[in-house]
Structure formats: structure tokens, C-alpha cells
Ligand binder design. Sequence first.
Ligand SMILES: [Zn+2]
Length: 423
Amino acid sequence: MSPQWSILVFLLALAAGATISLERQALGDGAPPSDLRTSFGDRARQYFTAEELVRGRAYARGRYLLYGVRMALTLGLFGLLTMSPLSARIRDLSVSVASGRVWLTIAVFGLLVTLLYYAVTFPVSLYGGFLREHTFGLSHQSFASWAWDYTKGALINAGMMLPLLILLYTFIRWDPVRWYLPAWVILVLVMSLIAELSPILLDPLFHTFRPVQDQGLIERIRTLTDRAGLTVGPILEMDASQKTAKTNAYFAGLGRSRRIVLYDTLIAGSTPEEIELVVAHELGHWRHHHIWKGMAIGAASALAAMWLIARLLNAAADSGRFGFIHPADPRSLPLLLLLFLALTSLTTPIQSAISRSFEREADLESLRLSANPGAFIAAEVKLARANLADIEPPRAIVWLLYTHPPVLERIAMAEAFRGKQGQ
Ligand SMILES: [Zn+2]
């Protein structure tokens, strides 16, 4: 085993050990140890029981670790492919399978790298996405159903990525310096298309949707959307409870495919006022044009990233140190993926901060629209409970990964709103 792989295996074992010991602590004998209970602040204990606090912490901390492990494995894999002669062998295999056809060589090479990626990250997916969800009582899914979802996800990813890859390398062959411009245009088009079409084409592959049955609830939601000045298509209920105990709601699609989706778990476990608040939050996103702003920011940063990658790829080709002397050689793919992943993870804190500011705006808008901070707090507490949220996450993790403000911050915002209302 090469040293890189040994380090990865060691990291994986370390993370697994830490995760399991945390989970033992939280789930072991039911009652959380008193030192754990007292390590939470007053505010946390005001809204949540000791058991909820400890379970939420254990569940979340394991997830942070798994995120790190997945990142290390992926960076490790692409790094290894970039540095080692393994990718030369994969390229030779791709050339012979494609019998000289350039586009097919890229497709085969991309497919083999994808397979390697799925092979390396499968244990993390299985543990984090299936076994752990059952340990914490969050998943109701059978293994067969989970495995089928996982396979569909992988097939969709590969099916969308491979044509894009063929196109990308066609652009690189055409113009090894300025390929990033047409590639960027295609990327932006595909992203918008996915946003528009995935609620219609992709989501039904994983869940069943039907119109919300409760006429009173529909009435309420329509009144709210009218007040916000938004026309929405269908209001749908998703059969989340078939697979998970978690709960959520979302707006999906742009333009005519726009719809409101409520998890059936949300409908079953919440009062109409609480559901109204959850919908009002989504309306807040819409009112502040967060979807468009998010896409614009995404497109601008993708352009910057692709420009930088194009330069680095050319520098790498010129240096000849990575086994390719032209950026259109399929062997440049692992380096391209490595650079893309590195840039994405380096900018994760910025993306998270932008997302958190959007979420705060949407929260505030939902409070204004509903004028019901009590229901806001009740809804937040229920969401946090059902999804086993980390009630007091470490600051550094919030800064790095949190796309939403932690639940106590959101509650504090509602309390402040209530304070102003009372004046
Ligand atoms: Zn939101």
C-alpha cells in the first residue's frame, strides 16, 4: 500500500473510532451523563431536553467528521491520480477501449475515474447515509431502497457529467487557453436547466408527490403567497415518511415549474401556524431574489475558478511534471478535478456566510409576513428536534459549513422581533 493510501485508511479509521465513541456516549444507556448535560447553555436547556441536546450533538459531530473524511478521501484520490502513474494506465486502457476515438477516450477515462470515486467514498456513504441514520432512528428505509436511490443518484451524476466532460475536452482541444469561456457558458446553461427541470424530471425518481389534501392548509398558504405577491404552481406533499423521520419544506423550480413542496412529516407533526411560518420563510427567499442572486454569485465564481484552472492546467502541462504536455490529454482530468475541489473547499466559508445571510433575511421576512414569532419559535424547535440539529455547534464549524444560522440564533431573532412588536 502506498503511503498516501495508508494515511487515508488511518484517517478513516480514526474518524470511525471517534464517531462510534461519541455515539456510544449519546446512545449508550439512554440517560446522558451529567457532565454532558451541564455543558450546554441556559438558552439551549430552555428549549430542548438534555437528551435532545446530547443526541443532536452526537449526530452532528459525527457528520462533521464524515464530511472531513469524505473530503480527505476525494482529495486523496484525485491527488494520487495526479501524481502517480496509475492515471497513465487508466488512460492507456481508455485509449484501447475507445480504439483511438478521442471523444470516447475522454468518456471512458471519465467513467473509470467516476467508478474509482464511488468505490473510494462508498463506505462513507453507506455508513453516513444509511447505517448511521438507522442508529439514530432517523431512517425508515430498507437497505434495498437506499441502495437503489444511491445507484440512481450515481447514474444521474455520471449521465450528466460524461457528456459535459466530452464537451469540455473538445473546447480544450480547440483552444487550450480560452476554453474556459465556452465551457462556462455551457455550465451556466446546464445549471439553470437543472434548477428548472429537476423538480419535474429528477425529484419524482426519488419520491412520490401529490397535491396537499388539507383544503384549510392550502387556503392559508395561498393567502400567504398572495400577501407576498407571488404566484406559485402546485402545493405538493412529498412522501418523506417512507424513508426518513426528518422534516422540511422547499420551493423548487423557476418560472412555470415553480412549486411548494412540504414533507408529509412536516404536515403530520406541525400546527397550521407552524407550517405557515415554514412557507413564509421560503417566500422570504423569493422576495429577496435569493435564487437569482445565488445563481449570479455561483456563475461569477465559476468563471473566476475556471479562468484560474485554465492557467494552472497550462502551467502544469508546460512543466511536464504531471504526465501530460497538453491540457487536452485525459491525464489532466484528475488535476482539473483536484483544482476544482480545492478551490470549492477553500471558498466554502464564503459560500456558507452568503447563504447564512440569505437565511437570516428569509427568517426576518417570514416574521414580518406572519407577525407570529411564537409560531416561528415553535416551528424552529420542532425542525431542530426532528432533524437532530446540533443546538450549540462549535463557532468554527458554523463559520466553515453552516448554510443556516444555528437554531438558537434564529430563535433569538424571533424573540427580538417579539420584543419590538410589544413596544
Ligand atoms: Zn431558507
